[in-house]
Design a protein around this ligand. Structure first.
Ligand code: C5P
Length: 256
């Protein structure tokens, strides 16, 4: 690629939108096309990264050079993202994850013959982005405890039994080192975005204003990237690749 500033880095990108099954033929879904996530994957490959793309119900062709893991539901997306995140330098959650899923999935197609349709009861899905932040926070604590105790000072692998303790080489720091979320907001975009970044414990939050022909299914996007330190970077309307490159610029800065 033109810049190889992600060479030697492993990044995970989630893309698309989850489907939550009602029965074998029906689901609750959303309008995410996967275009922004695929643009992130393509640009990361071009910049030299090893890329794992977790794709939820995307009909686009696989980006060359990325490892693609296909999933349907939020729970499958969670499994795939958390597994890939174990050794990732950065995770970018561009997927639209359903907040809720039906409590029960019927094993057989629900018939319309019954007089009154049964209501569909929903339960909350796990918040994967928030969980990534939690996992890393626990790892940071485990690292701090280990360092305070003077154990495992050099060489070998972490042997403590704290959360995620056995998963990485010393000196590498708790993974994932950079966590990026996306948020579509219709009103009070910056205030809502700031609150969301803090609630979810991510490092960067890409906030889109939705509702004016932007974002879903279009090749263009405009956004503001909020940083954990309180900063913000405006990205004017343009191709989703351009937005992706700005995100990777910020990730590269944080990894340096
Ligand atoms: O809370 P909201 O859905 O607006 O947050 C959007 C961000 O959180 C996106 O990065 C999305 O991928 C992530 N998310 C998640 N798990 C959920 C809901 C959202 O990881 N259950």
């Amino acid at each position: 690629g033109p810049r190889e500033d992600l060479a030697g880095r492993h990044v995970v990108v989630s893309a698309g939108g989850t489907r939550e099954a009602i029965d074998p033929v029906r689901f609750i879904g959303n309008r995410s096309s996967g275009l922004q996530g695929y643009a992130l994957a393509r640009t990361a490959v071009a910049r030299g990264a090893e890329v794992t793309l977790v794709a939820a119900n995307v009909t686009l062709p696989d980006p060359a050079g990325a490892k693609v893991v296909r999933v349907e539901s939020a729970r499958q997306l969670r499994e795939a993202v958390l597994a890939a995140a174990e050794h990732a330098d950065a995770v970018v959650m561009a997927a639209a994850v359903a907040d809720f899923r039906p409590v029960r999935q019927s094993d057989t197609k629900i018939k319309k013959s019954s007089a009154e349709p049964d209501p569909i009861h929903l339960v909350k899905n796990p918040d994967i982005l928030a969980e990534l932040g939690e996992v890393r926070r626990a790892r940071r604590e485990a690292y701090a405890t280990r360092d305070a105790g003077g154990a495992a000072a050099a060489g070998g692998r972490e042997t403590g039994d704290g959360p995620g303790a056995a998963t990485q080489a010393p000196g590498d720091g708790p993974h994932p080192r950079v966590i990026v979320g996306f948020a579509a907001e219709t009103d009070d975009v910056l205030a809502n975005g700031r609150a969301k970044l803090e609630r979810k414990g991510c490092d960067l939050l890409v906030v889109n204003q939705v509702g004016e022909n932007l974002a879903f299914g279009t090749p263009d996007n405009a956004a503001v990237v909020l940083t954990a330190e309180g900063g913000s970077v405006e990205i004017s309307r343009g191709p989703k690749e351009d937005l992706a490159d700005v995100v990777w610029d910020l990730v590269v800065q944080r990894l340096a």
